[in-house]
Design a protein. Structure first.
Lengths: 114, 114
């Protein structure tokens, strides 16, 4: 079965600095990888996905993620953080072989300080 | 395009009661997913419905059940409510068989058990 790990519960960065939110996955076969963001009292919003092709994926709000097959990682990045980026971020994985199952990581709380 | 809508926004019940949560998917989406997000925890997969049938179920007791209607809207029913059922319940929808497409989430129903 597939699984996702987000090794950091909390990430703190200063506004204007680059940010990275880490995600590693475990899956048999080729993964479909997703990042979502959740603001307080809201549902999850889709940020970006990796299906195939270029390892660097660009998404909404200036976020991007890099797929690294050898390290089984899919880290979320942004060159310059904004205070408004403060939220809960979830990584998710799907595998081709299973029953449409999407597994989410435990989430990483990003705090961007002015 | 209207997003996924969930009702009610908040629901307060007491132990032993029954709760019904509702979800309307994005137009054209036939798959509906239910997740439980307890405070401080990640998303736990509950149920997946597609074309009116239950396709997959997470590790939850049978008192968690649901159904999908011909218009693809869905209900989640929780019987014999327990204090630990207090959580945000999120509904998501997607196109059937679209493993490379993200799930789109509603803003959830916050269920509080007193």
């Amino acid at each position: 079965a597939q699984s996702v790990a987000q090794p950091e519960d909390q990430v703190n960065v200063a506004e204007g600095n680059p940010l990275t939110v880490k995600c590693t996955y475990s899956v048999s076969g080729n993964p479909y990888l997703f990042w979502y963001v959740q603001y307080p009292n809201r549902g999850l919003q889709f940020l970006l996905k990796y299906i195939t092709g270029d390892n660097l994926v660009k998404g909404s709000y200036g976020f991007e993620a890099e797929f690294n097959k050898s390290q089984t990682s899919f880290h979320l990045k942004k060159p310059s953080a904004l205070v408004s980026d403060s939220a809960l971020y979830f990584c998710a994985v799907r595998a081709l072989y299973n029953n449409n199952d999407m597994r989410f990581g435990a989430g990483t709380r990003l705090t961007v300080k002015p | 395009e209207a997003g996924v809508t969930q009702s009610p926004t908040h629901l307060i019940k007491t132990r032993g009661q029954q709760a019904t949560l509702r979800c309307s998917p994005i137009s054209g989406h036939t798959s509906v997913y239910w997740y439980q997000q307890a405070l401080g925890l990640g998303l736990q997969f509950l149920l997946w419905y597609d074309e009116g049938e239950e396709r997959n179920r997470g590790n939850f007791p049978p008192r968690f059940s649901g159904r999908q209607f011909p218009n693809y809207s869905s209900e989640l029913n929780v019987n014999a409510l327990e204090l630990e059922d207090s959580a945000l319940y999120l509904c998501a929808s997607s196109l059937r068989g679209s493993l490379n497409q993200p799930q789109h989430f509603g803003d959830g129903t916050r269920l509080s058990i007193l």
